[in-house]
Design a protein around this ligand. Sequence first.
Ligand code: FNR
Length: 189
Amino acid sequence: KHYKVGYLIGSLAKESINRKLAGALIKLAPENLDFTEISFAELPLYSYDYDADYPPVARAFKDAIKAVDALLFVTPEYNRSIPGGLKNAIDWASRPYGTNSFTHKPSAVIGTSPGAIGTAVAQQSLRSVLGFCNSPQMNAPEAYIQFTPGLIDEQGGVTVESTEGFLRNYMSEFHDHIARVLSVLPNDA
Ligand code: FNR
């Protein structure tokens, strides 16, 4: 079965290594997953003052999440947590109260960093947020990718065979996770 996956890249940087990782993951994914990027770059800083009348950019963001079967978070670690922009976007989507966009929406988290910890601490933080937002997350496999120079080539290919196999399996497991979640929690539940 085909599933629509919306992916969020935690970094706004033009040369983001997490954007490169996202590109590689899409290439390695099973062909029955279709990907669309869900951008949050244009969102203002959230305040509940907006709840009475969400601006069009925030409505569009929530609609984009609604339109997909699952979410993939590809995020860097900034100061041992997720970047502020990503947290801001999640706060927008979680509100107004009673319209949380993450309810029953399957998700997975992954990220890369030049350091050996490979975004593990940021991912743990993101898992806590997504848990509160009631998104059924893929527990395993976890993926903490240390970004060594040349790991991903210009065409988005992974140059280390063991890493390529690991990431292919990660995406295959993500497909199975989506299928399992949607079998008990259909999109309109
Ligand atoms: C970092 N970096 C970083 N790396 C890490 O492994 N743990 C950390 O806590 C941090 N903290 C941090 C804070 C800030 C503000 C910046 C700008 C960077 C380094 C980071 O992993 C590196 O810049 C990556 O290139 C970030 O990924 P993107 O943005 O290129 O996808």
